[in-house]
Design a protein around this ligand. Structure first.
Ligand code: AMP
Ligand code: ZN
Ligand code: FE
Ligand code: FE
Length: 309
């Protein structure tokens, strides 16, 4: 069993890398990829912790990008850009590498978004919210993400958002921070193609993260095959190797259907829990939200073969 989608304190997870490695070892994972948002800064700490535990470690990252090939229908404003999440594995660490430069540019976009989001929320009544407060709970001003905003909104303004529990936590995203919310600020306009170009020749292997969340637009799962087949064909054409078919927040039946469309597209089904510690309370390392996720070891062998090609 492996887990190729996890977050640490270097982005919006609540476990330090060493804690994550310890937990992975405890549940018997053979390998783990740390996929913090926009950064591989956790590498040294995670590599050391995994080496101590004889746990195989893959350097990963998760980024948000624009997929302009599949514009999205927005309820009020018609066709607009589509934001998608992309996972990269075997990321080169040289800060001068074009892929690391692309990550630095995405971190800059995140910083700019975070400042705008604070201003917008303050305007809408969250007047105790500050970037300092967020940096304090995130541990670093550059790791701040929307889960930190949600946490700060509960801690500073319960009179607006109510007490924190699962349902109010989701509501903060639908009403405020999510794409349909009153305080939504897009993070970046970097197109998928720019990131793929930066990764070219580096050995990095790209997989589209939780693709149903990115491309299904709330349509029922009945449309899964017909919606995803052309999307995967297009992504493959544009340089993607993997598809996150084993995603830990989907049912076993949905995962099985995604594995099939992935194989039919000639791509590798990747997978993971999207573990965030207490920022995603019900998602468990390795086994996901449903508890029955098991990402097969062979997937990593296939990814490694793609990396070495
Ligand atoms: P950011 O990278 O700052 O745009 O934040 C994205 C992160 O916010 C995701 O990785 C999730 O951890 C979290 N997130 C996004 N949408 C939701 C949602 N509807 N419910 C809970 N968490 C969410
Ligand atoms: Zn996250
Ligand atoms: Fe994601
Ligand atoms: Fe994630």
């Amino acid at each position: 069993m492996i887990d190729l989608h996890t977050h640490s304190t270097f982005s919006d997870g609540s476990d330090r890398p060493a804690e994550l490695a310890r937990r992975a070892h405890e549940i018997g994972l053979r390998a783990i990829a740390l996929t913090d948002h926009d950064t591989t800064a956790s590498h040294d700490e995670m590599a050391e912790a995994c080496a101590d535990l004889h746990l195989e470690y893959v350097t990963g990252v998760e980024v948000s990008l624009r997929d302009n090939a599949f514009p999205q229908v927005h309820r009020d404003s018609g066709l607009g850009p589509r934001n998608v999440h992309v996972l990269a594995y075997f990321v080169p660490l040289d800060p001068e590498h074009p892929l690391q430069r692309a990550l630095a540019s995405l971190r800059h976009d995140r910083d700019v978004r975070n400042e705008a989001l604070v201003a917008l929320l303050v305007d809408q009544g969250f007047n105790r919210l500050t970037l300092d407060y967020l940096a304090d709970i995130a541990g670093n001003v550059h790791s701040i993400g929307r889960p930190h905003f949600a946490r700060a909104m509960f801690e500073l303004h319960p009179e607006i958002v109510g007490p924190r529990h699962d349902e109010t936590w989701s509501r903060v995203f639908t009403e405020w921070l999510g794409a349909t919310g009153r305080a939504y600020v897009p993070k970046t306009s970097m197109p998928v193609e720019e990131f793929v170009a930066a990764a070219r020749g580096s050995g990095a292997v790209l997989s589209i993260a939780h693709p149903l969340d990115n491309y299904l637009d709330g349509a029922s799962n009945a449309a899964l095959e017909t919606t995803m087949a052309p999307v995967l064909a297009s992504l493959r054409e544009r340089g993607f190797v993997g598809v996150e078919a084993y995603y830990g927040s989907w049912s076993a039946a949905t995962r099985a259907r995604m594995v099939k469309v992935t194989r039919d597209a000639g791509m590798i089904p990747t997978g993971g829990s999207d573990y965030h510690g207490h920022y995603k309370e019900n998602v468990r390392l390795g086994v996901g939200l449903t508890g029955d996720l098991r990402v097969p070891d062979e997937v990593l062998d296939e990814l490694r073969a793609a990396h070495e090609r």
